[in-house]
Design a protein around this ligand. Structure first.
Ligand SMILES: Cc1ncc(COP(=O)(O)O)c(C=O)c1O
Length: 321
């Protein structure tokens, strides 16, 4: 593992014109922004690297995170690169498919008998008590996340030459979506693009307050009841009863005249296979929710807009040799 410098944070993921996918789904212009090409296979690398750099600058020796797995794997990797320790709280009901990697990187794992949202609260207290740097969503450090995700917008505009008409993103806490939105707004105000895309937020059927609030035409985010959400090994990155950046994501969808769309586990798996079969790209099913949602929305609208699909995760199996 090599060192990391602030001048060269992670990013520069490919933007791929998905011509075979267009044919299969009868769409005009689909581009895949493939975040799965990052070092630990998800968009989370963009923010964990920034947190690791900042934590070291501030003199912390430990990164702390509550995670469904992907963010933990990324934090664990960048902590190791930057010579820091790491601690990850993971709900014990989760599939823990990335725990082995974290252990190999030296991360201390705390399995918590609660839902993800409670693990976030628990990590906040533990980080305070132990003087750890907390990189969990919703923490005092989470403004950094926006800076990381804004870069996705910058890259898309530089790769495509302009902002697309529409952009679809998987939604859990809503951090990724609101960061990309903020990136486009900044690019537009600086005159680098003449529009902000219409944002499509994709999440797991019945299990995300950003989408449920949008569907009710409400402007203020309304949390779901904890018992109303159902985790599965496929929807873990997206399912939530309280989204940490929910209001910002909801505002981004409304301000861009966008859409919120629910997607079933079956659809995520099925569309993940379509991407693999047409474009040869292996994707995490939860991240294929962005494609499902885009196809739903575009067929409802009845037009062929140019659309960037942000595929947030790779389908690679992260086993340790
Ligand atoms: C691969 C992947 N995609 C999307 C998301 C959702 O991102 P956010 O919580 O920023 O909405 C996550 C969250 O863990 C994820 O791991």
């Amino acid at each position: 593992m090599e060192e990391l410098s602030e001048e060269e944070p992670p990013g520069s993921t490919p933007l791929i014109r998905a011509r075979n996918l267009e044919k299969a789904l009868k769409q005009k212009k689909f581009f895949i922004k493939f975040e799965g090409a990052s070092r630990t296979g998800t968009q989370k690398d963009r923010i964990s690297a920034l947190h690791a750099i900042r934590a070291r600058e501030l003199g912390y020796d430990t990164l702390a995170v509550a995670t469904c797995g992907n963010y933990g794997a990324s934090v664990s990797y960048y902590a190791k690169i930057m010579g820091l320790k790491s601690v990850a709280a993971i709900p014990e009901s989760y599939s823990n498919s990335r725990t082995e990697e974290m252990v190999v990187n030296g991360t201390e794992i705390i399995n918590v008998p609660y839902k993800y949202e409670e693990a976030v609260g628990m990590m906040k207290d533990l980080a305070n008590d132990n003087a750890w740097y907390n990189c969990s969503p919703g923490s005092e450090n989470s403004h950094i996340d926006m800076l990381g995700y804004e870069k996705i917008a910058e890259e898309i505009v530089s790769q495509l030459g302009h902002a697309p008409q529409m952009l679809s993103v998987p939604v859990g806490n809503g951090t990724t979506l609101s960061g990309i939105y903020r990136g486009f707004v900044k690019l537009k105000s600086a005159g680098f693009t003449d529009r902000v895309p219409r944002f499509i937020g994709a999440s797991t059927a019945g299990g995300n307050p950003i989408i449920s609030t949008w569907k009710k035409h409400e402007r203020k985010i309304v949390d779901l009841k904890p018992m109303a959400i159902h985790e599965s090994s496929l929807n873990e990155p997206l399912v939530s009863y309280k989204a940490m950046d929910g209001q910002a994501a909801l505002d981004s969808i409304y301000n861009s005249h966008g859409f919120g769309e629910y997607v079933t586990d079956y659809e995520m798996t099925y569309y993940s296979r379509i991407i693999e079969n047409t474009e040869g790209i292996s994707t995490l099913p939860a991240s294929a929710s962005a494609l499902v949602a885009a196809s739903h929305v575009l067929s409802k609208l009845g037009h062929n807009a140019e659309c960037v699909i942000v595929i947030t995760g790779s389908g690679k199996k992260w086993t340790v040799q």
